[in-house]
Design a protein around this ligand. Structure first.
Ligand code: JF5
Length: 242
């Protein structure tokens, strides 16, 4: 997958993609990441990327010309490329969207700053994506989150596809994990995990995942595929909570 990033802070992308799984994905040729300095697409001598907002008000707005020049240059003739804009007014980012994006061959991510970009660039943006209901200083961190979530889904990036399959099986929260030692700060690892009884372990983990999701993210239960027994269990927890 090819990913082009357009930013006024290209240095921010160096170490996060020079370590661990992302670096390995690049070395294997699974991720072709290129980070471009928006100022290289300015035609003025001082390489100015922002200007005052029409109508007044606080803050600055990103000028449309360098932004569109950069997007057009990187899109080239590639009609399959998708241009993304991280912004709090976008559609919520999700695992489903990450999976959809992982099937696209070429992503171009524009990182906004200041109050955002001139609205007339929006017809050249395919998707505005929100990473959550909070305001950041710029689109670089959201861009990195999107890239990380998408690239780990590419075939060959993670060691085994088993963990990916398990992940997408049902959108419940993960069950709790334990490693050695068997007793830590007076707390034993749940006995079932030491039993070697795989069917019981699977059952226990599923129950933990269901209970956690019920307690922490009941909204996710609407979308989860539950067995009749599991639905009855959740119904009982709800009655008991009354
Ligand atoms: C940004 C104008 C975008 O702050 C964000 C953001 C929050 N959730 N998702 C994205 O992006 C940076 C700053 C100013 C537009």
């Amino acid at each position: 997958m090819k990913i082009d990033v357009i930013t006024i802070f290209p240095g921010m992308f160096v170490s996060p993609f020079a370590e661990s799984i992302m670096q390995r994905a690049r070395e294997k040729g699974l991720l072709q990441l290129e980070v471009h300095d928006l100022r290289d697409y300015c035609h003025d001598r001082h390489r100015v990327v922002d200007d005052y907002p029409y109508g007044g008000g606080a803050g600055m707005v990103m000028r449309p010309e360098p932004a569109l020049r950069a997007i057009s240059a990187l899109r080239g003739e590639d009609s399959s490329a998708q241009v993304l804009l991280p912004t709090p007014v976008g559609e919520p980012f999700s695992q489903d969207l990450a999976e959809e994006l992982s099937r696209i061959g070429h992503l171009i991510i524009f990182c906004p700053h200041y109050e955002g970009i001139d609205e007339r660039v929006s017809r050249h943006i395919d998707r505005e994506v929100s990473l959550g209901d909070y305001i950041l200083t710029g689109g670089e961190l959201p861009a990195m989150v999107i890239i990380d979530a998408v690239v780990r889904l590419l075939p060959g990036v993670l060691g085994s596809s088993a963990s990916l399959e398990e992940e997408s099986f049902s959108p419940l929260l993960e069950y709790p994990h334990y490693t050695r030692p068997a007793e830590y700060e007076g707390e034993r690892v749940p006995e079932v995990l030491l039993s070697g009884h795989h069917a019981r372990i699977r059952e226990w983990r599923r129950l933990q995942a269901l209970r956690r999701t019920y307690e922490r993210r009941p909204d996710l239960l609407e979308r989860a595929s539950l067995s009749e027994v599991e639905k009855e269990l959740v119904a009982r927890w709800r009655r008991e909570a009354q």
